[in-house]
Design a protein around this ligand. Structure first.
Ligand code: MN
Ligand code: MN
Length: 310
């Protein structure tokens, strides 16, 4: 029998371990299919900080999640052996050292053949995860849901920050550029190039204004057809959602996606060959209601429900 989340009839939901969905802790990824990991980091953020508290808050809100998906029929814990393997010990005084530590940590996860489900943490963390993933899988397809393109060249002169990971990933050859999808981009920029440059690299860029008030199921179908059986990484920045639903984040932009659209997109990707997922940029200090972390926990659960084998 696979690991199961601790149920609400065994231990009240406000008690028990602060792991994702109150799953058992594992010391190593060995023997797992899926590992939940926290990266408690905010030193790559450019505006508001606070994402260092994201993993703790997502785990806390995930205690209310039950194992069966009433909408899709997915029962992930019957098919996959899951555990929470804790947090990456980042160096909160040194971003570049933290990036090295994250890459080494995820190197072990991917080498063990385990699918990481990561709780952030600012978006810088996706670059070292992609480096670790491609060391095992080679260049991969990417689905990046975000208000921002995160393809800056430099931020305050630095190559590594939460606004640069996908330019670095492209430059380093980590991505199959024709099979990269950026969804939900919006807001103000410095010039048209902020979004258009990546189109020149081959990225598919779906700006948020083209998605307003529409189902995202057809877009998910287009993405599925494009990525085929390629290995795919899914990186979900919570600021892709409208700040009305997810105010607890570092760089909010108005007029974003709705939670139902997020579910349409994720559920519509069922069948894609996902090798890892992250949910980043939850900054609990900016949302005393806990709703942003609750939404993040639910979205991570929905990603679990579409993993291969579920
Ligand atoms: Mn981002
Ligand atoms: Mn963003």
């Amino acid at each position: 029998m696979h690991n199961q989340p601790l149920g609400g009839n065994e231990m009240p939901r406000f008690g028990g371990p602060n792991t994702f969905m109150r799953l058992p802790v594992a010391e190593t990824p060995d023997g797992l299919d899926v590992a939940f990991v926290g990266v408690p980091m905010d030193i790559g953020a450019s505006w508001r900080s606070g994402t260092r508290f994201g993993p703790k808050a997502i785990r806390g809100e995930s205690a209310m999640l039950r194992p069966y998906n009433m909408s899709t029929g997915a029962a992930p814990f019957e098919r996959l052996n899951c555990a929470d393997i804790g947090d990456v010990a980042i160096n909160t005084f040194d971003l570049k050292d933290s990036v090295k530590r994250i890459e080494a940590y995820f190197g072990n996860v991917f080498a063990a053949g385990v699918t990481p489900m990561t709780m952030g943490g600012d978006h810088t963390l996706t670059l070292p995860i992609l480096r670790a993933a491609t060391a095992v899988h080679g260049p991969i397809a990417l689905i990046h849901v975000d208000a921002h393109a995160d393809i800056n060249d430099r931020m305050f002169g630095e190559e590594i920050a939460h606004g640069t990971p996908f330019r670095r990933a492209y430059e380093e050859g980590l991505l199959q550029a024709e099979h990269v999808w950026q969804v939900g981009l919006r807001g103000t920029g410095y010039s048209a190039q902020d979004f258009d440059e990546a189109r020149g690299w081959g990225f598919h860029v779906e700006t948020c204004d083209t998605l307003w008030q529409k189902s995202l199921t057809p877009l998910a179908e287009r993405i599925r057809a494009d990525v085929g059986s390629r290995p795919v990484y899914l990186s979900f920045d919570i600021d892709s959602l409208d700040p009305a639903y997810a105010p607890g984040t570092g760089t909010p932009e108005i007029a974003g996606l709705t939670p139902p659209q997020a579910l349409q997109l994720i559920r519509g990707l069922r069948g894609v060959n996902l090798i890892g997922c992250d949910l980043v940029e939850v900054s609990p200090p900016y949302d005393p209601s806990g709703n942003t972390a609750l939404t993040g926990a639910n979205l991570l659960y929905e990603m679990l429900c579409i993993l291969p084998g579920v």
